[in-house]
Design a protein around this ligand. Structure first.
Ligand code: SAM
Length: 553
């Protein structure tokens, strides 16, 4: 996923170009405008009767499928259209949800939204609303949408992971997405990839089908169903003015067979997926995605709730820590990188919360270990001391080491078997945490190169204060689980996440030591610290969430 400050700036630049492209379309100047938009919509599968009722002005021929047709919208549904343009699908959905329902269209191109609003006013649509905003930061409150539709817009986002995380956030549990979008089967010629026209025309920013599916699953969606609606070469000829415009913009000339080949590799997908399990519904499918959510005993879900609530607490702390670090960095690039890291951690919170919706577990405040507060308070002390090395050590080496081991465990450790969705989501988060660790190692190496003494002192100061807290945060005893979580430890089956937490701590210690070595701390500094850790290990063996029956409960 995109993370560097350059990416951040580039993402905004891409949005600006796309906005400019669609503003031109709204003004009737874009190369995308097509003559017979209705004929195209019929080719995409729109119902002729539905189409005849939709306001003509709204169909600019910018879609690439029929997301509302397959969305089985019901009267009373609250629907959100991502990248609604001039509102074509908003108006179609408006009829389906009726006066008791509502349809909200979000788009970042003001000129198109003005057209959409003018159409709504002129034609008397009362249950529609248009909001200016981006798909990456939706101007919509949490958990309030029944169905999200989107037509040929998400491929335009340079930050598709954020779009799906936002979709998961705003959907109510059990809510669905229904998307029509373009993907590419193989890389397009480089000139085409770099062409603004190609981007605005929805092909330059398109990913592969596999990446698209991974992004949806990584945001916590389940029951992901996908089919190829059509291949672009079926409906667009090699000498189509839009193709010629893209090639002219790319400054490229290609033989016709190469153009057809490229068009053949561009597919329009119909994608549907759901957030938040609806009881028993998942079991109905007989194969593939439909049956992918496994039923687990209640104790599994309760324990997952405990682990994830604490993971979210750790992520919240990480958002705060990275945000605080911004002021300690000197260069703009470093500051932006820290902002981006804070944003990654924020996305993890949304991903874990969405996973909770999907698996029906709650992220609870009451079961959060007190150690998070203590670690945060040590970090704030380091910030107050303007001690950047200590901040990096606490967040990037210590906390990330623990997070990495936790997410490694949840994402498919051979010792611990979690459900498939948890494994996918935590696997996606793990990739970010590993990157943060390696960034922290690089930064500390540089700081140590300039001033090894201060960096070593920072480690000696932070280690006893933070590692003892981190270790005891992974030490919930059975009584806590019984009393506060109502988890019957004796019920934890051999495939539950009731792992031997001693093992997790041992792995976190190894991960941490590897990170210290990678920074280049000498063994005379690290050896006494590791000896301290080993003694903590001996003292604090109250972790007893082990497999098999336990005495309490
Ligand atoms: C190909 S047009 C599709 C419009 C509409 N869905 C339709 O079928 O007529 C893509 C739309 O997505 C909007 N868009 C692109 N990127 C966006 C973003 N990051 N946030 C919000 N809207 C975006 C554009 O402004 C444009 O209106």
């Amino acid at each position: 996923m995109s993370v560097s400050p350059v990416d951040l700036v580039e993402a905004e630049q891409v949005r600006q170009k796309v906005r400019a492209g669609y503003t031109a379309v709204a003004q009737g100047n874009g190369a995308l405008a097509i003559k017979d938009a209705d004929a195209q919509a019929l080719a995409f599968g729109y119902d002729p009767a539905t189409l005849s009722e939709a306001p003509d002005a709204a169909n600019l021929g910018l879609g690439c499928g029929d997301p509302t047709g397959g969305a089985t919208l019901k009267a009373g549904d609250i629907v959100l259209d991502l990248g609604c343009g001039a509102g074509f699908d908003v108006f179609i959905a408006s009829k389906a949800v009726g006066p008791t329902g509502r349809v909200i269209g979000v788009d970042m191109t003001e000129a198109l939204l003005e057209q959409a609003q003018a159409t709504a006013t002129r034609e008397g649509y009362e249950n529609v609303e248009f909001r200016l905003g981006t798909m990456e930061a939706l101007p919509i409150e949490d958990s309030c949408i029944d169905v999200i539709v989107s037509n040929c817009a998400i491929n335009l986002s340079p930050e598709k992971d954020r779009v799906f995380a936002e979709a998961a956030r705003v959907l109510r549990p059990g809510g669905r997405i229904r998307i029509s979008d373009l993907v590419v089967e193989k890389e397009l010629p480089v000139e085409v990839q770099q062409s603004v026209e190609a981007y605005v025309g929805c092909v330059g920013g398109a990913t592969t089908k596999e990446e698209y599916m991974d992004l949806i699953r990584g945001a916590g969606f389940g029951q992901v169903d996908v089919e190829v609606a059509f291949t672009l070469s079926d409906i667009v000829a090699a000498d189509d003015p839009r193709v010629l415009e893209v090639l002219a913009d790319a400054g490229a000339t290609y033989p016709e067979e190469e153009i057809v080949d490229a068009l053949t590799s561009i597919k329009s997908l119909s994608v549907s997926a759901q957030i938040g399990a609806v009881p028993n519904q998942d079991a109905e499918g007989c194969c593939g995605e439909q049956a992918s959510v496994e039923r687990r005993p209640d104790s599994y879900t309760e324990l997952l709730s405990y682990v994830m609530s604490n993971a979210v607490a750790g992520e919240i702390m990480a958002v705060e820590n990275y945000s605080d670090m911004v002021s300690l960095f000197e260069t703009v690039d470093e500051k932006l990188e820290a902002v981006e890291q804070a944003r990654d951690e924020g996305r993890h919170i949304r991903q874990l919360t969405a996973l909770g919706k999907r698996l029906n577990f709650e992220v609870k405040q009451t079961i959060i270990e007190p150690e998070w507060k203590a670690i945060r308070s040590v970090f704030r002390q380091a910030v107050a001391n303007q001690d950047l090395p200590a901040c990096l050590i606490i967040q990037d080496l210590m906390t990330e080491s623990m997070a990495i081991v936790l997410y490694q465990t949840l994402s498919g450790d051979e010792e611990v078997e979690t459900d498939e969705l948890t494994a996918t989501v935590t696997g996606a988060i793990l990739a970010d945490e590993l990157r943060h660790l390696s960034l922290g190692i690089d930064r500390l190496r540089q700081l140590r190169f300039v001033d090894p003494y201060s960096v070593d002192q920072a480690l000696k100061w932070a280690h006893p204060l933070v590692m003892s807290q981190l270790f005891s945060s992974v030490s919930t005893d059975c009584a806590t689980l019984c009393d506060e979580l109502s988890v019957n430890c004796g019920d934890l089956d051999p495939f539950s996440i009731g792992a031997d937490l001693d093992l997790i701590r041992a792995r976190a210690a190894t991960q941490y030591l590897t990170a210290l070595d990678a920074v280049g701390f000498p063994s005379e500094v690290t050896a006494p610290l590791m000896a301290q850790l080993a003694s903590l290990e001996q003292d604090d063996r109250k972790i007893r969430v082990v497999r098999g029956p336990l005495k309490c409960c």
